[in-house]
Design a protein around this ligand. Structure first.
Ligand SMILES: [Zn+2]
Ligand SMILES: [Zn+2]
Length: 283
């Protein structure tokens, strides 16, 4: 693995999500000290109806998050800093993603993440523990593909999250994985090999029957269907910005997976005007 692999991270949290440490400047300082070139912030998104408050910033914290990123762009001029959010997709709040975050608030990119999913009764289920059987796994899959089809999300965080609660690789999980990864190929949306998952695997308790994520058979199918992939730390502490990312890159390289075009992140949602203004500022 080349050093270059450690130079970019597009999945970074801050204290605002209530389960991470440090603010934007703390992550930027670590990144600069450790030779990184690009840091994309993707804290758990605020939502205008303040649902699921335990694991995300409040809507009233959104301005402070944006200000912290804007200030860091001045204080760390050698680092390319992108403004993003890790988002569940709430269809009822569609205009929030399209018009507010990617529109007036000027976010560079959004990360899709199915921590929750809509079941076949159009009710929300939690993905940690909620995808234990073939039916719920199919609902998770259909929901995640629906999220991908919106075009709002540049990549999907830990798409193999179901490894937390689905114990055995079988025909059902293979079929769902194939559908997710084929959609990623067709829509050209990155699938994330998540290094936080590797860090969690390292501390997995004996007797835990679940494979967690990254779940290797999932990534073997990614190779078959030529899905674009991205490696990220999913840092919840500044010192984790490069933690186990080398092992995540090794999965990518060992399986010969196709790289997502990371230079496209932050450009997909730009108008021609914005693109002209930002020419040369990153890439
Ligand atoms: Zn996540
Ligand atoms: Zn995350």
């Amino acid at each position: 693995m080349s050093d270059r692999a450690h130079k970019h991270n597009f999945h970074t949290h801050t204290f605002r999500c209530k389960h991470a440490e440090g603010d934007v400047a703390d992550y930027c300082a670590f990144a600069v000290e450790n030779g990184m070139e690009t840091l994309g912030f993707s804290d758990h998104t605020a939502l205008p109806d303040d649902r699921w408050q335990q694991v995300r910033m409040g809507y009233d914290e959104l301005d402070g998050y944006i200000d912290a990123i804007d200030r860091a762009r001045i204080d760390f001029p050698d680092l390319v800093i992108l403004k993003g959010m890790e988002c569940e997709y709430v269809p009822r709040l569609d205009s929030y993603y399209a018009e507010e975050l990617l529109g007036e608030r000027g976010f560079d990119y959004l990360v899709g993440a199915s921590h929750f999913f809509l079941d076949s009764n159009d009710e929300w289920q939690g993905s940690y523990g909620g995808t234990r059987d073939a039916k719920s796994l199919r609902e998770y899959t259909d929901y995640t593909i629906r999220m991908m089809e919106t075009g709002y999300f540049d990549f999907i965080a830990h798409p193999d999250l179901f490894g937390n609660c689905y114990a055995q690789w079988d025909d059902d999980v293979a079929a769902c994985s194939r559908d997710l990864l084929t959609a990623a190929h067709e829509l050209d949306i990155g699938m994330e090999i998540n290094a936080l998952g590797l860090r969690k695997q390292a501390y997995k308790k004996a007797g835990n029957p679940y494979p967690l994520y990254p779940w290797i058979p999932f990534w073997e199918i990614a190779a078959e269907v030529d899905a674009p992939v991205i490696v990220n730390s999913d840092a919840h502490r500044p010192k984790d910005l490069q933690a186990r990312t080398a092992d995540a890159y090794a999965i990518r390289d060992d399986l010969g997976l196709k790289n997502m075009d990371i230079a496209s992140i932050g450009r997909r949602h730009q108008t021609d005007d914005m693109r002209a203004k930002s020419e040369g500022t990153h890439g």
